[in-house]
Write a protein that binds this ligand. Structure first.
Ligand code: HDE
Length: 770
């Protein structure tokens, strides 16, 4: 089918897409050199940086693949073997004493197979169990000599291979992708100075200030221990009980109840290092830094009703989206920016930069773009790569160092520790996906699953028998920043940690109207699920301290009165006044950068999915024209009908229905194109399935293009504006194509632009009209 053949595909994996220029790996061996993999120069041209010119490794090729090649297996044309490499003659029948007799102990082949199977599972991650990952590279725009000696920033155009894993936090390994949750954004840089893991989230702050509270937080949000419900959801009593007793979570809760917690795609969310880190330059000077990843495709989200429906229709929604984009050669991209500031600046601020519940407003410290990250290759094997990858906040390299953030301290301990259980021993760094591209030399020895075979008789230092090797690197190795430490050992918090509401309010004040509506809706949904009235009450008291309107609107949704605000214990507040110092007023009370709308992205369709509804007698020429336009704009057009197979348009060749209304309901699409259908010759408009398909797209504020002046199908949904020319709805487009085969280029391009801009929220009402 010509329409299908026009779909883009990943040049790195041409063979898997049946392309002519495919380079298939030689049978039974590993994939060969990078040169063979990059078939056409098109990849190189498309992805050469406009900022830095030619990059270092082969473009479109990920150098980590090279180190993984030694373990990559391709069984094409090969006979089945045991784990000892013995060819297996019969893989159907166990060895028996007579055909109806007992199975023999002697059957080593059966026993090996079953034994291995019995041990196939490993423990899932305690948090962030559900995730999806991809390979790619980071490319520096410029040398950051003034700030850091960190290897990825050593030269303009320098490329460092990365492996990136996105995740939800609360759900189990098989849970749904579109749960309301924080998303993990973990990047492993395989630098030439060793591995650096930047283990961040898509939200720049956290629920708690001190690692001491992390197990409590996670116990509260995970399924309740007596009955194991609910899965992958914060909408239950124990979560809200805990956070309402921990007012420091007020700020993060605002983010978690916002559309940030239901991203449209992993490709359309920001990433943040969250903690303040340090950058160290060659002179040993330190600057504070916050890390920001900004998606080229912009920051875009789902709406809640849609997220819930997607959960049912495709619980792998984000995993599939990431996979398909990369397979299609539509490589996701982020820009890395830094917020760099000094200790003196930080001293002046009303908040403490060691407090992970606070962000540094961009109005105080603007973002400095320093490079970009592109994901170019899907893993070959989910378990070997995505499941076994071990991110650790303790993995830093020369040029980067920690701060005293008390949350970070706990993490530096936790990540290595948890891998030892999850991956079965202290040698998880030897698993190929975790191994640095630099050779490891030290005197650590043995342990479960050891791979390396260290030579010689020396495994201690100092030694003379090994010529003193491996030797200490001195100044060319990792030197901890000599930060001054003073004071007594005590349990407590610094003064500025006591203020919890200014930035929650800042966030609320910085949201667009639609985003504020969604926040209210999210609190209402979650608290309606909460069964204990006193917990609802306490959350309202917390919200009352953040913003009176917000609290009132949520209370209205719950049929409750707004209680007195929670007491504020911050020094200088009405209760704490005169007790101990005082808290300054916030520097910034509105920050447009905190709205998702602030980063609309490049406006391209970026793999957004456009449904073209078809039936017998449809205007084929118009459908084909829209298909082409969507494809050219970087979208994914698919023909949808009641049943798979051919439909005969009014004129021209038959067209193939690729997806059915039943298997891919409306919530899965970013926009829809409705065929010209008049009331006197009804087709899809008399199908309840088609009507609810379009209703969902309407309700979720997605662009709708009607081929023709009006549509019986749209009218059947009861949507306002379904009459001719849309009645002012900015997301409804009517295109005169009426069988003439010509399309209105202006309407087409406004429709495409609207899809790239994501959602016209003007249509939204609460409750929804349709
Ligand atoms: Fe994690 N976290 N975390 N976390 N975290 C884990 O490590 C932990 C925190 C984050 O894709 C675990 O390998 C503690 C903040 C991501 O594999 C575990 C504390 C941020 C991932 C762990 C935090 C994160 C994890 C579970 C508070 C954003 C997934 C499995 C002191 C900056 C990485 C594992 C991947 C995973 C502990 C708080 C991000 C148990 C103790 C803050 C993205 O070690």
């Amino acid at each position: 089918d010509t329409l299908a053949a026009a779909m883009p595909s990943n040049e790195n994996k041409a063979a898997e897409h049946g392309r002519d220029n495919a380079v298939s790996p030689p049978q039974g061996t590993a994939v060969d050199s990078p040169d063979d993999l990059v078939s056409a120069s098109t990849v190189a041209e498309d992805f050469a940086s406009d900022k830095v010119g030619d990059g270092m490794p082969e473009l479109g090729y990920n150098p980590t693949n090279e180190s993984l090649d030694r373990v990559r297996v391709d069984s094409n044309g090969q006979a089945l073997t045991t784990n000892q490499g013995v060819r297996v003659a019969d893989n159907q029948n166990s060895l028996k004493a007579g055909l109806r007799g007992p199975t023999l102990m002697e059957d080593f082949i059966l026993r090996e197979k079953i034994t291995h199977f019995d041990h196939e599972r490993i423990p899932e991650r305690v948090v962030h169990a559900r995730g999806s990952a991809a390979h790619g590279y980071f490319e520096a725009y410029e040398a950051l000599d003034d700030l850091t000696v960190a290897a990825p920033f050593a030269a303009p155009g320098k490329r460092t291979p990365v492996f990136v894993r996105f995740s939800t936090v609360a759900g189990e390994r098989g849970s749904t992708d579109t749960a309301r949750d924080v998303r993990g954004f973990a990047v492993k840089f395989y630098t030439d100075e060793g591995n650096w893991d930047l283990v961040g989230n898509n939200i720049p702050v956290f629920f708690i200030q001190d690692a001491m509270k992390f197990p409590d937080l996670i116990h509260a949000v995970k399924p309740e221990p007596h009955h194991g419900m609910p899965q992958a959801a914060s909408a239950h009593d124990t979560f809200w009980d805990f956070v309402s007793l921990m007012p420091e979570s007020a700020h993060m809760l605002m983010w978690a109840m916002s559309d940030r917690a239901i991203p449209r795609s992993y490709r359309m969310m920001q990433g943040f290092g969250v903690h303040t880190f340090r950058l160290i330059n060659a002179r040993g000077e330190a600057h504070f830094v916050k890390f920001h990843w900004t998606p080229k495709a912009g920051t875009h989200s789902l709406v809640w009703d849609e997220a819930v429906k997607i959960s049912g229709a495709d619980s792998d929604f984000h995993r599939r989206d990431l996979w398909e984009a990369i397979e299609a050669g539509n490589y996701p991209e982020w820009e890395l920016s830094l917020q760099v500031f000094t200790e003196e600046q930080a001293e002046q601020w009303s908040f403490d930069i060691l407090d992970a519940t606070k962000l540094v407003p961009e109005e105080l410290v603007p973002l400095r773009p320093v490079g970009r990250m592109v994901l170019t290759r899907n893993p070959d094997n989910f378990f070997a790569e995505t499941e076994q990858v071990a991110f650790c906040t303790a993995h830093i390299i020369p040029g980067i160092d920690f701060t005293n953030d008390p949350l970070l301290a706990g993490r530096i301990h936790s990540y290595v520790d948890t891998q030892i259980t999850r991956l079965g021993g202290p040698n998880f760094h030897e698993i190929p996906i975790n191994a640095p591209v630099t050779q490891i030399h030290n005197n650590q020895r043995d342990g479960l699953h050891r791979q390396a075979i260290p030579r010689g008789r020396v495994s201690y230092e100092p030694n003379s028998l090994g010529g003193g090797c491996p030797f200490q690197a001195g100044a060319s190795g990792f030197v901890s920043y000599p930060k001054a430490i003073q004071g007594e050992a005590l349990r407590g918090k610094p003064e500025r940690f006591a203020e919890h509401y200014n930035q929650a309010r800042l966030f609320w004040n910085s949201q667009s109207e639609a985003e504020q509506n969604h926040i209210v809706g999210a609190y209402r949904f979650e608290l309606t699920r909460v069964q204990t009235p006193a917990v609802r009450q306490r959350v309202l008291a917390l919200l009352a301290r953040v913003d009176a309107t917000l609290a009132q609107r949520v209370a209205d949704g719950l049929g409750m009165d707004v209680p007195a605000p929670l007491p504020d214990f911050a020094p200088g507040s009405h209760i704490g006044a005169g007790v101990q110092g005082s808290v300054q007023p916030p520097e910034v009370t509105q920050s447009p950068a905190l709205s998702l709308m602030a980063r609309p992205g490049d406006g391209a369709l970026n793999g957004r999915r456009v449904a073209l509804l078809v039936h017998q007698g449809v205007d084929g020429a118009a459908v084909r024209a829209v298909h082409t336009a969507v494809l050219q704009a970087g979208g994914v057009p698919r023909l949808i009908g009641h049943r798979l197979g051919d439909v005969q348009p009014a004129s021209g060749d038959p067209m193939q229905v690729e997806v059915t209304l039943e298997t891919a309901p409306g919530a899965l699409w970013d926009a829809v194109v409705l065929p010209d259908e008049s009331a006197d010759r009804p087709n899809l408009s008399i199908s309840g399935q088609a009507v609810s398909f379009v209703q969902d797209l309407y309700r979720h504020c997605k662009p709708i293009l009607v081929l023709g002046h009006s549509s019986a199908l749209l009218a059947a949904t009861g949507a306002p504006g379904s009459a001719e020319e849309g009645g002012g709805d900015p997301g409804l487009f009517f295109m005169d194509a009426g069988g003439k085969g010509s399309v209105d280029a202006d309407v087409m391009s406004t429709f495409i632009t609207a899809v790239g801009q994501h959602r016209p929220f003007e249509r939204e009402t609460d409750p929804p009209l349709v």
